[in-house]
Design a protein around this ligand. Structure first.
Ligand code: ADP
Ligand code: MG
Length: 552
């Protein structure tokens, strides 16, 4: 028998779309407060939002006659005609959030001097209360009537973290609103709401991170971006908004991250909070029930504006003098330009135009080793000034260029191991040994099968200390297994260089320091290591003179 579902059941089903988890309820309630013009939004969360979510604001409030209606599906004060969908200026417009939350929780709303309590979609009480400016929404026992949803939630710590990130996001994009978040009775953060985005960032991200963020204030894009030196191991801190509406867009995040390519190590991501200004008619926010995704009419133009803004901000991020180093600061990718391994095997390494040019511009300067400082930095004096060198990154670059040159020349540099080493490998690695046998041989590995699960290393690449040969082999197999053909050898070479290089932390005596500096000096593209990290920092004479007010 087919029947139309009772309204409360239909609401509970529909609630699933809007409310994936407690953080989604937090988002909707905060959005309503902002739409009501609040200057202050306080959020309290207990038990990762499953026990209590309380959002209080000082906004316009709900007129007493509308209070019941606010909890009816598709009831909204924000749009009234179809044409309104094309020019949405509020965060909400679907009229679904309150109905959804009330369907799966015990909700009490106090606005002005009226209150209403709704449990699992049923109105339990309605009446008056002492008047307060604005609106308070208290949501208890969220999802307690939808056990399937409860089961799907992550750990309390994760859900609370997601609630926190939600409030943080709005705090960053609404710096003029005073936000406060407390979790289980403890204040997580508090913004002043006095306008500045930098100030909001200080409260949300912490002063240490916030002080180095770069502010961007353009007509199309505004916000904050981190300099490359400040980064994270995940993308959680890439926050984007369109017309103050926080959104999720993989493509746009990717466009932002592209601006950092060559500046960040692999696996590291920037901290970004960017608000795009797009004509309301040119962006569709009605794509997804949670309004988190948007569609742009001219995506290319929007992405272009974002990239221009970020690149300009990053361009001004480095005090240029401090970071100018000898050689041409070319992006690391160009080191691999024209790398046809198969075709150029046997041919001598070619100096590219770029290298020739820099050689003409700058006669090589002699680096004098002054000493080793900290864990693994070398200090040197050059014709240009005082140089600080990251010994591992520098050695990596020297070895990488040498390994690449040898491969291109078809010269194998291998050393027999006095104590041959047996390495146990998993089936995938064994397959890799077979598949990349020739490449490994070119790098200097001579391997003998040793039973079904292991190989014996007879000889290893010349630069690798024998004790690290096995580790180098294993990581090279992993790298070659996951990289695409044109990049495979470069990446294997970078891995080999990394294993062969002195560690950050190794003690180097005077002659080892001098040798490394000399090699670095005569190496192309030596400004970065093969992974894109800088190898050194220069404080030039002119800056020193200016600082100490000397004329020579
Ligand atoms: P929407 O935000 O899409 O309109 P909601 O279900 O979130 O739908 O809210 C329904 C209506 O309730 C809103 O249109 C608004 O008029 C009113 N409302 C909800 N929360 C608040 C609040 N904190 N302050 C004032 N009005 C509110
Ligand atoms: Mg809403």
């Amino acid at each position: 028998m087919i029947r139309v579902l009772a309204a409360e059941l239909a609401d509970a089903i529909a609630a699933g779309e809007v409310l994936e988890r407690p953080a989604a309820a937090v988002k909707e309630l905060v959005e309503n407060a902002l739409d009501a013009g609040a200057g202050r939004v306080s959020v309290e969360i207990r038990g990762s939002g499953k026990i209590l979510i309380r959002v209080a604001d000082d906004g316009a409030g709900i007129p007493p006659d509308d209070l019941d209606l606010a909890f009816v599906r598709h009831a909204t004060s924000k749009i009234s005609a179809l044409a309104d969908l094309g020019r949405i200026q509020t965060l909400g417009f679907r009229g679904e959030a309150l109905a959804s939350i009330a369907a799966v929780s015990d909700l009490e709303c106090r606005s002005g001097s009226c209150r209403v309590q709704i449990r699992f979609g049923q109105t339990l009480a309605r009446g008056v209360c002492p008047p307060a400016g604005g609106t308070v929404m208290e949501v208890r026992d969220l999802f307690s009537n939808t056990p399937a949803r409860l089961k799907f939630l992550k750990t309390d710590a994760t859900e609370a973290g997601l609630c926190q990130r939600t409030v943080q996001t709005y705090a960053l994009f609404y710096p003029g609103v005073r936000f406060e978040l407390s979790i289980d009775g403890r204040v997580a953060f508090r913004t002043l709401g006095t306008g500045g985005r930098a100030q909001a960032a200080t409260a949300v991200l912490g002063p240490r991170v916030a002080k180095d963020l770069i502010g961007v204030e353009g007509s199309e894009v505004s916000g904050l971006v981190s300099p490359p030196s400040i980064n994270r191991g995940n993308r959680d801190a890439i926050l984007l908004a369109v017309n103050h509406r926080p959104i999720v867009s993989r493509a746009l995040s990717f466009a932002v991250e592209e601006c950092y390519s060559g500046l960040l190590e692999r696996g590291r991501h920037p901290i970004v909070a960017l608000d795009l200004k797009v004509d309301e008619a040119e962006v569709d926010v009605n794509v997804h029930p949670t309004k988190r995704e948007v569609r742009f009419q001219s995506e290319g133009a929007v992405f272009g504006a974002v990239q221009r803004t970020v690149l300009a901000a990053l361009g001004s991020s480095a005090p240029p003098r401090m970071l100018v180093a000898m050689g041409t600061p070319a992006p690391v990718a160009s080191a691999a330009r024209g790398w046809g391994m198969a075709s150029s095997a046997g041919a001598p390494p070619q100096a590219s135009d770029l290298d020739l040019q820099s050689a003409l511009d700058q006669p090589p300067s002699r680096l004098r080793a002054v000493g080793q400082i900290g864990v693994g930095y070398l200090v040197a004096e050059s014709a240009e000034g005082l140089m600080v060198v990251d010994q591992h990154a520098a050695h990596e670059r020297v070895l990488y260029n040498r390994i690449v040159a040898r491969l291109q020349a078809g010269a194998v540099a291998s050393q027999p191991l006095l104590l041959t080493e047996v390495v146990e490998l998993d089936p995938l690695q064994m397959a890799g040994c077979d598949q990349y046998r020739n490449e490994l041989k070119d790098f200097g590995f001579v391997l003998e099968p040793f039973g079904p699960q292991s190989v014996r290393i007879e000889s290893a690449p010349a630069d690798v200390p024998p004790a690290r040969a096995a580790a180098a082999l294993e990581e090279m197999l992993a790298v070659m297994g996951r990289s695409e053909a044109p990049k495979r050898l470069e990446q294997a070479a970078a891995t080999l260089a990394c294993h062969a290089a002195v560690r950050f932390g190794d003690q180097l005596d005077q002659s080892e320091q001098s040798r490394l500096l000399m090699e670095l000096e005569s190496t192309d593209l030596s400004i970065t290591c093969p992974h894109g990290r800088p190898t050194r920092l220069l404080l030039d004479w002119q800056d020193l003179r200016r600082h100490f007010r000397r004329t020579y």
